[in-house]
Design a binder for this molecule. Structure first.
Ligand code: NAD
Length: 269
């Protein structure tokens, strides 16, 4: 099977091209990353989930049907060690979904330099290191591939009390656009997913912290969240996972350099 080609076969079995392929997913322990991990397992990919919270240096089979491993996406050596260990243990990586990320919260005038650096390190530099490590290996393999970076609707809008996060996610979209141009001639597509309000441990923490900064309860922030979404509900990790599967499949072989909103209609540009 060759990654990156469309055609009618993809209409009847859209995820057939992913069966048996090695898919690397960072931030895979919880939240969006866990949802993406389970979705790729469900369509028959050989999934390596990597996360800061896991200790295994060699990908280790988990009873849930994926391999798990340690990575700190902000650390060059850690990312390179993971990519090499995955290739040694399972073979060439065909698809990567970089879900690892974090957010700090403060008004820009109150943002400590350390918080600014943390968002940039994990979200911007982490996306760069993961995308670079996989892109180099996809180039060597010469059979196309898929790089998917989880950005945010914060890559396209400003949000109060989230300046460092917003800036770091704008960087992810800039990286996506540039890398997509550089890799296109090799059949490697590079796209970003831009989720809106997704129910995860990060979102729950943001409601508490954001509420404190704005003099609101977490419940009031949640009600405000819901009222802003045209589809009338916040999102789930599965809502994001479905779009990642689509982008990884042959159905999306003519899409690259895009930032796909998964926001229930909240962001339209
Ligand atoms: N939840 C939302 O509403 C939302 C909206 C838009 C974008 N996003 C983005 O989606 C991604 C996942 O968010 P989430 O809500 O699932 O967050 P989460 O905090 O629930 O999960 C993030 C996971 O990433 C891991 N991680 C953090 N730093 C890491 C590092 N340096 N190296 C490796 N792993 C690391 C954590 O251990 C955790 O398992 C993030 O990039 C986030 O910015 C989330």
């Amino acid at each position: 099977m060759s990654l990156g080609e469309g055609g009618n076969a993809a209409f009847t079995r859209p995820f057939a091209s992913l069966e048996g392929e090695v898919v690397l997913i960072t931030g895979a322990r919880q939240g969006i990353g866990a949802g993406v991990r389970d979705a790729f397992v469900a369509v028959g990919a050989r999934v390596v989930g990597a996360d800061l919270a896991w200790q295994e240096r060699i990908p280790t089979r988990d009873p849930e049907g994926y391999w798990r491993a340690h990575v700190d996406v902000a650390d060059e050596d850690s990312v390179e060690a993971l990519a090499s260990a995955v290739e040694t243990s399972l073979g060439t990586i065909a698809v990567v979904v970089n879900c690892a990320g974090l957010s700090t919260m403060a008004r820009v005038v109150d943002t400590p330099v350390g918080d600014w650096d943390l968002d940039e390190r994990v979200n911007a530099r982490g996306s760069f290191l993961v995308a670079r490590a996989v892109a180099r290996r996809l180039e060597d393999a010469g059979r196309g591939g898929r790089i998917i970076l989880v950005a945010s609707q914060a890559a396209k809008n400003g949000y109060r009390c989230m300046g460092a996060y917003v800036a770091s996610k704008h960087a992810v979209l800039g990286l996506t656009r540039t890398l997509s141009i550089e890799e296109a001639h090799l059949g490697i597509t590079v796209n970003a997913v831009c989720p809106g309000i997704i129910e995860t441990p990060m979102k729950h923490r943001e409601r508490v912290e954001g509420g404190r900064l704005r003099g609101m309860t977490a419940q009031e922030v949640e009600a405000e969240d819901n009222s802003q979404v045209p589809l009338g509900r916040t999102g789930t990790p599965q809502d994001v996972a479905g779009v990642c599967l689509f982008l990884a499949s042959d159905l999306a072989s003519y899409m690259t350099g895009q930032g796909i909103n998964v926001t229930g209609g909240m962001t339209m540009h």
